[in-house]
Ligand binder design. Structure first.
Ligand code: I22
Ligand code: ZN
Length: 188
């Protein structure tokens, strides 16, 4: 495939993504309400989605575009001691669930980023989130996978290809960070 063809696919994907206006509005409301209450946004994902998790948590805690106070957010992908201990002692499926059960609080928002929607460690964490009164949000591909079935809100981006799904996930995350910091700029 030529680079031009690759870019054409990206353009078509993003045109279709633009149709998710309503679901993005709802997602932004969930983030903003949680942050206004003093709750936090908790991200996790595997591989490229682990990078997305860290990237988006950093946008909120640090700065995205505006100069404003820090917004509370963590990625469950960054603590290698916790990740390796939990994987070693409880199994890899538990790496996010276990951290969430210790770090999460009722009213937080859990964001599972998974292109397949079927990563076992994200599904296990979503289950824990529901038990703890934490909202479950998914960033998935268009099928949504098993995660979509347990989400309060699932942002299913319009592709089945892992690489292209990831390209849209970071756009979705950036957009939500922009709304969150705009709406909260004067309130935290
Ligand atoms: O970044 C990529 C592919 O672009 C890979 O590292 C990819 O994230 C990994 O294969 C993940 O394990 C896929 O997991 P998931 O998106 O299905 O939850
Ligand atoms: Zn990748």
């Amino acid at each position: 495939m030529s680079f031009e063809n690759y870019c054409q696919t990206v353009v078509e994907n993003f045109e279709a993504l633009g149709a998710l206006e309503k679901v993005m509005e709802n997602a932004a409301d969930i983030w903003v309400q949680a942050l206004k209450r003093g709750n936090k946004i908790i991200f996790c994902g595997n591989g490229g989605s682990a990078s997305d998790s860290q990237h988006l948590a950093a946008e909120l805690v640090g700065r995205y575009i505006l100069e404003r106070d820090s917004l509370p957010s963590i990625a469950l992908t960054v603590d290698t001691s916790a990740l390796t201990a939990i994987a070693n002692d409880y199994g890899y499926d538990q790496v996010f669930a276990r951290q969430l059960s210790g770090l999460g609080k009722s009213g937080d928002v859990f964001v599972g980023i998974t292109t397949s929607g079927n990563s076992a460690n994200i599904l296990a964490a979503a289950k824990v989130a529901r038990k703890m009164g934490i909202s479950v949000m998914g960033f998935t591909g268009q099928s949504g996978g098993k995660l979509a079935e347990v989400c309060d809100l699932c942002i299913k981006v319009p592709s089945d290809a892992t690489n292209h799904i990831q390209e849209m996930h970071i756009a979705v995350g950036h957009y939500l960070c922009g709304i969150a910091e705009n709406r909260l700029r004067d309130e935290v």
